[in-house]
Design a protein around this ligand. Structure first.
Ligand code: NDP
Length: 337
């Protein structure tokens, strides 16, 4: 039973010594318990926050504890009613091969789900984040312009595709030409701008000729800088994530533009609202599951996964995720390596 535990709290970018691989016995089940074998481990940007002990909405992983993470596992042995050997389970077992559970809080995906790992992406937490942030805070109206960065990741890709289904103009922002072509040709975005291009701000302005009504904030940094002057009166900003800042050890150098920003928010009557998906919108999960399930089934919403084999490769794959090396939802197929 392999497990990655948190070895030290990273200063800035996580390194090879942030997590440590340990071996343990495979646990045996007791009454009302089952043994789960992890098949897929989700890699998500929020994991960087859990490595840190700064005050946050969730407690940090303690040093020596198994790194947390969403998983899709299979039941190996079971003493729990409703969970049969071989069932696929959406769980939160973290970065390890095996875990015991009494079934509380888990979702049984059944004996043969069509795409078990999709429960970690478009049909699970990231898809729900996109759906709820956009519909509950962004509240886009047909004809309005939505801008979203990390446009080919599980949250951004879903935000943009829902925006199109709701009749909006959708402009994505992504790292590199290949991702941008994919966002337009495969996901149906109206445009997609490469944030690594030198004339990024100008291109974003040209792609948003009627201004921006909803900016779905995934990344912060220079993308946010380019977006703010383009916002329309009564624009909405669901603040979902700030991935460009997750490895930062200090605030960027000035000038201090906080008062300019607050002036924009005031004069343009902009609504800025942060949210933590299950804290704020957990009660809407059944509505999401029904609507998104139908959209995915009918290919109205498409999904791209990037599967990496081997639990041993998870730390490197996670470091790359924060740098935009992923193209689509990054998932580890745990296997034996
Ligand atoms: P992604 O799979 O899209 O991965 C993150 C992406 O961010 C990278 O692939 C990269 O894409 C982009 N990125 C990284 N650095 C920068 C940078 N400096 N400037 C611009 N873009 C950058 O992640 P998810 O779809 O899983 O998550 C998207 C956001 O949603 C994250 O901020 C995450 O923390 C947040 N989130 C928030 C939740 C909540 O409850 N509030 C729940 C779930 C997710 P590219 O190469 O295209 O730039």
């Amino acid at each position: 039973n392999r497990k990655f535990v948190l070895a030290e709290r990273p200063e800035g970018e996580p390194t090879k010594s942030t997590l440590r691989l340990e071996a343990a016995m495979v646990p045996s089940i007791g009454d009302n318990q089952m043994l789960l074998r992890t098949e897929y481990l989700s890699l998500d940007p929020y994991m960087r926050g859990r490595m840190s002990d700064e005050p946050s909405y969730a407690a940090p992983v303690e040093i020596g504890e198994v790194m947390v993470g969403g998983t899709v596992a299979q039941v190996v042995t079971s003493n729990v009613d409703g969970f049969e050997v071989g069932d696929w389970i959406l769980s939160f077992n973290g970065w390890q091969d095996y875990a015991l559970s009494d079934g509380a809080g888990l979702t049984n995906l059944g004996a043969s789900p069509a795409h078990p790992s999709w429960a970690l992406g478009v049909l699970g937490m990231p898809g729900f984040t996109a759906w709820a942030g956009l519909t509950q805070i962004g509240v886009p109206k047909p004809g309005e312009t939505i801008v979203v960065a990390a446009a080919t990741g599980p949250v951004g890709a879903t935000v943009g595709q829902i925006g199109k289904l709701l009749g909006c103009r959708v402009v994505g922002i992504a790292g590199g030409p290949e991702k941008c072509v994919y966002a337009v040709d495969e996901l149906g975005f109206d445009d997609c701008i490469d944030h690594k291009a030198g004339d990024f701000s100008d291109r974003l302005a040209k792609a948003s000729p009627n201004g921006i009504d909803v900016y779905f904030e995934n990344v912060g940094g220079k993308v946010l800088d380019a977006v703010i002057p383009l916002l329309n009166s009564n624009a909405r900003i669901p603040v979902c994530g700030l991935v460009s800042q997750y490895n930062a050890t200090e605030l960027p150098d000035g000038p201090d533009r906080m008062n300019w920003l607050m002036g924009q928010i005031l004069h343009k009557k902009i609504k800025v609202q942060g949210f933590i998906i299950f804290d704020d919108f957990g009660h809407l999960y059944p509505n999401f599951a029904k609507e998104m399930g139908a959209w995915v089934e009918s290919s109205k919403v498409k999904y791209r996964e990037e599967i990496i084999d081997g639990l041993g490769n998870a730390p490197e794959a996670f470091i790359g995720l924060l740098n935009g090396e992923n193209f689509g939802k990054r998932v580890i197929r745990v296997g034996n390596t």
